[in-house]
Design a protein around this ligand. Structure first.
Ligand code: HEC
Ligand code: HEC
Length: 399
């Protein structure tokens, strides 16, 4: 009785709800049809609920989105059985309240070994064709998860030589969840990474004051100072948009069949001499390519939710003004801290930065803006925070 396959039921009820069947009122609804074609193509029940202005992310053909995969991935993201000693999960370095950054300069894993770079936020990571600060080989979320799971330099979750699949299987919730998500293949290492990737692709953030102003036609969402800051950001004096442009505030992007684009830049935060004195895992793209001119080059981060992701830069060197311990924000609100650190960032750019030969001198060069214009720019950057994303139960711990 092939006709009664559940997918057919699902599609028929879907078409009815879309009003596109011949006996229904003929309404042109291309979106609904496109979604239905997507379901037919990959058997998935996933429907992107994208903010206005956002393109559809590209999804690898061998790991289509589905609700059950995203839900499994959410559990695994918060699952401490996914660490060598049961104390850490992905969420230990990626906190939802900080847009999945962690507020530290350098996080450490289960052996307390500091990571050479700052933990990145994960807002809209679905649109990144290359992951991490500067590794061009990190081409998918499916692949990237291997680094925190099995990496030994540094150790993060410490799962190498660890029987984490049996640990997962010991919790009776997982067998049925893996079956729903992946059918017969069950609890495997690849399925763990694929579910984590699907969950992270669902982490879309697009409801900041900026989005309300730009894409939802709410012209009172930004105040006068924030609008001045936006115009400076997108203007040819400050040049920010060349590297942090587009809906995701970065020039690295991949979506909707568009050609993937990724770039590495030096924004001049350190000198040549400084990099020459650093360990071989702290010099950016050069560590991967061995090409001298790649020293100090990194992917331009998406500036979404920048108001909660300090300390900034690959080494967290732009931080809150608290003396002694850079990671402690005592006596300051989060916004005070973000304002401190963002003021330093904009001061850095307007001064033209350090003498660094890899720096893109046409874009990173001193420009004359007043202190009050700098503050406008900081106010604009703070308007990129999407509070809904930071507390949305869809991305929160299920435990
Ligand atoms: C010990 C802290 C730590 C843990 C645990 C951790 N991460 Fe990360 N994460 C980082 C750091 C640091 C980076 C930057 C890595 C780099 O540049 O090499 C990062 C980067 C990422 C990125 C790249 C984001 C981007 O914009 O390119 C993703 C995706 C990610 N982590 C997902 C995960 C997942 C999934 C897990 C769990 C399997 C996890 N992380 C566990 C610290 C951590
Ligand atoms: C030539 C490209 C380029 C231009 C122009 C540029 N940036 Fe950046 N930006 C980068 C790169 C690359 C990084 C990461 C550098 C690092 O980690 O060492 C960065 C980092 C940042 C960060 C920290 C992000 C984080 O998550 O840590 C902020 C904030 C920022 N830029 C704001 C701006 C503003 C404001 C302007 C304009 C005044 C600007 N940028 C112009 C390339 C650029």
């Amino acid at each position: 009785m092939k006709f009664f396959h559940p997918t057919v039921f699902f599609l028929v009820s879907f078409f009815i709800s879309c009003n596109v069947l011949p006996f229904q009122k003929k309404e042109k609804n291309n979106d609904m049809l496109l979604i239905a074609l997507g379901i037919l193509a990959n058997g998935s029940d996933w429907v992107w609920d994208l903010p206005p202005g956002f393109p559809v992310p590209n999804v690898p053909a061998d790991n289509p989105m589905s609700k059950s995969k995203v839900e499994l991935g959410r559990h695994l993201f918060y699952e401490k059985k996914l660490s060598g000693n049961g104390t850490m999960a992905c969420s230990s370095c990626h906190f939802q309240s900080l847009a999945f950054a962690d507020g530290k300069d350098f996080p450490s894993g289960i052996t307390n070994q500091a990571h050479p770079r700052n933990a990145q936020h994960l807002s809209n990571v679905a649109y990144m064709p290359r992951l991490t600060w500067s590794n061009p080989k990190m081409t998918s979320l499916e692949l990237q998860a291997r680094a925190p799971m099995f990496g030994e330099s540094p150790v993060e979750l410490g799962l190498q030589n660890n029987n984490f699949l049996s640990a997962l299987a010991s919790n009776p919730i997982y067998q049925p969840m893996f079956e729903r998500a992946f059918g017969g293949s069950g609890i495997t290492e690849q399925n763990v990474r694929y579910a984590l990737a699907s969950f992270q692709r669902s982490m879309i953030s697009g409801n900041s004051k900026y989005d309300q102003y730009t894409f939802r036609n709410n012209k009172s969402a930004l105040n006068a100072s924030e609008i001045r800051g936006l115009n400076l950001f997108n203007g040819e004096v400050a040049e920010c948009f060349h590297c942090h442009g587009g809906f995701n505030f970065t020039d690295t992007s991949f979506h909707g069949g568009a050609k993937e684009e990724f770039f590495y830049h030096s924004n001049g935060i350190h000198t040549d001499a400084y990099y020459a004195g650093l360990a071989s895992n702290k010099r950016g793209l050069f560590d991967l390519t061995g090409v001298a001119s790649d020293t100090g080059k990194f992917r331009a981060p998406s500036l979404r939710n920048i108001g909660v992701t300090y300390p900034y830069m690959h080494d967290g060197s732009f931080m809150c003004d608290n003396a002694n311990n850079p990671n402690i924000t005592a006596g300051k609100t989060k916004v005070d801290c973000a304002r401190d650190a963002l003021t330093k960032v904009v001061d850095h750019y307007r001064s033209g930065g350090q003498a660094h030969s890899g720096k893109d001198g046409a874009l990173i060069r001193a420009f004359p803006i007043s202190d009050s214009q700098r503050d406008d720019m900081v106010n604009f950057l703070l308007a990129l925070t999407d509070d809904e994303f930071l507390s949305n139960p869809k991305f929160a711990s299920p435990f």
